[in-house]
Design a protein around this ligand. Structure first.
Ligand code: NAD
Ligand code: WQD
Length: 337
């Protein structure tokens, strides 16, 4: 069965393509290489022995999207990763984010709306919950007003998909990721952040390798055990596997509603200092860091209640934070060589 994976050369997309191929799916990747490298194709092939079909298409280009679907008339299963994802940049350039994350989504859905049957999996984010009152966060936790245009594109994306599913033959699963980290155990694919990483784990590994002088820990005066913020770090391979399970659920028509929502996290909350400790343990070196002021927009804590994904999808994480840090460190060492 053929699956379209948009953004399939990116961090989460590439790991998902590997899992899909290993489960026997035929994958077609669409990516415009705006935040990824063509070399990732080689990395995927070295793991699975199969090079996925790749088309360099910018999903903001409606004409190209239409032409692509004319060529591949049998495509009705889509996993949609392609989006811009830098929260800070989205505040600076809101229209770029609305254009890329919303128009691409709309053009894809327009191609699926008249199919006799279509399945759509969407990369949403725990950011839709904002600072939830109750921990761990379950799927019924209220959606909070978005604090960034990026976050808003995820909320709007969920609504656009839900409205579309109501009036078409499309079913969808919205996956709300917590903090994806780590790299594939083969060390053939991993995260490739452009420029100075905004996210904690790539900043840690780049500091460990000597590319950055020290990590700034954004605040140690939060109301947590060690004063630093708590997040739910999920290994990207565990996350990738959840996409295969979700896709099969739709293909096998096991979904209970036209649109279902699942949290994808490890269920464990880890503080910034705990992540640093995990890195120090697996790399057997001390990390240079200093405590600085809080970063604007950061919430104190967010970790997932994963009961629904565990019970309904029959999926659970298998890898730990240490596994993730060890793989991220191995990957960093490889790409800096
Ligand atoms: P990524 O940037 O590594 O991957 C996204 C891919 O999409 C890139 O390869 C990029 O080149 C491509 N792309 C972007 N715009 C495109 C366009 N207009 N046309 C074609 N291709 C385009 O990001 P990721 O970390 O793999 O994230 C994947 C998805 O998961 C995104 O939707 C992101 O918002 C969401 N998400 C990510 C995180 C995270 O922390 N990484 C957390 C929650 C949700
Ligand atoms: C994690 C923790 C920082 C960098 C972001 C998006 C969210 C989602 C995941 C897409 C926080 C601290 C970080 C640094 C630090 N993405 N930190 N020094 O903010 O939880 O979530 O990525 O949907 O929408 O907002 O992830 O990795 O940036 O930060 O101390 O140099 O590490 O304060 O507590 P975050 P992050």
């Amino acid at each position: 069965m053929k699956i379209l994976v948009t953004g399939g050369l990116g961090f989460i997309g590439s790991h998902t393509v590997v899992e899909l191929q290993q489960e026997g799916f035929e994958v077609i990747i669409v990516d415009n290489l705006s935040n990824s490298s063509i070399d990732v194709l080689q990395g995927i092939q070295s793991i699975t022995g199969k090079e996925p079909i790749f088309e360099n298409i910018d999903l903001r280009n409606k004409v190209e999207v239409q032409a692509f679907f004319k060529k591949h008339t049998d495509l009705s299963n889509v996993i949609h990763f392609a989006a811009s994802k830098a929260v800070g940049e989205s505040v600076e350039k809101p229209l770029d984010y609305y254009e890329n994350n919303i128009s691409s989504l709309v053009y894809l859905l327009q191609e699926l709306q008249n199919k006799p049957e279509a399945n759509f999996i969407f990369s949403s984010s725990c950011t839709v919950y904002g600072q939830a009152e109750k921990m761990p966060i379950d799927e019924n936790s209220p959606i909070q007003p978005a604090v960034s245009p990026y976050g808003n594109t995820k909320q709007m994306g969920e609504e656009i998909i839900t409205d579309t599913a109501k009036v078409t033959n499309m079913s969808a699963i919205l996956l709300r990721y917590f903090n994806p980290v780590g790299a594939h155990s083969s060390n053939a694919i991993g995260e490739l952040p452009l420029g100075v990483p905004q996210n904690l784990v790539p900043f840690i590994t780049q500091t460990g390798i000597g590319l950055r002088k020290e990590l700034s820990v954004y605040g140690a005066d939060y109301d947590t055990a060690d004063g630093t913020c708590i997040r739910d770090y999920i290994h990207v391979v565990d996350l990738a596997k959840a996409h295969v399970v979700a896709l099969k659920r739709l293909i096998d028509k096991k979904n209970k509603d036209k649109v279902e929502v699942f949290n994808l996290g490890s269920g464990v909350g880890s503080s910034v200092l705990e992540v640093i400790q995990a890195f120090e343990k697996v790399s057997d070196q001390k990390l240079a860091y200093k405590i600085v002021d809080r970063r604007e927009g950061d919430i104190t804590r967010a970790y997932a209640n994963t009961d629904k994904a565990n019970k309904v999808l029959g999926w659970k994480t298998e890898l730990s934070l240490e596994d993730a840090m060890a793989s991220a460190w191995k990957w960093e060492q490889k790409i800096r060589k």
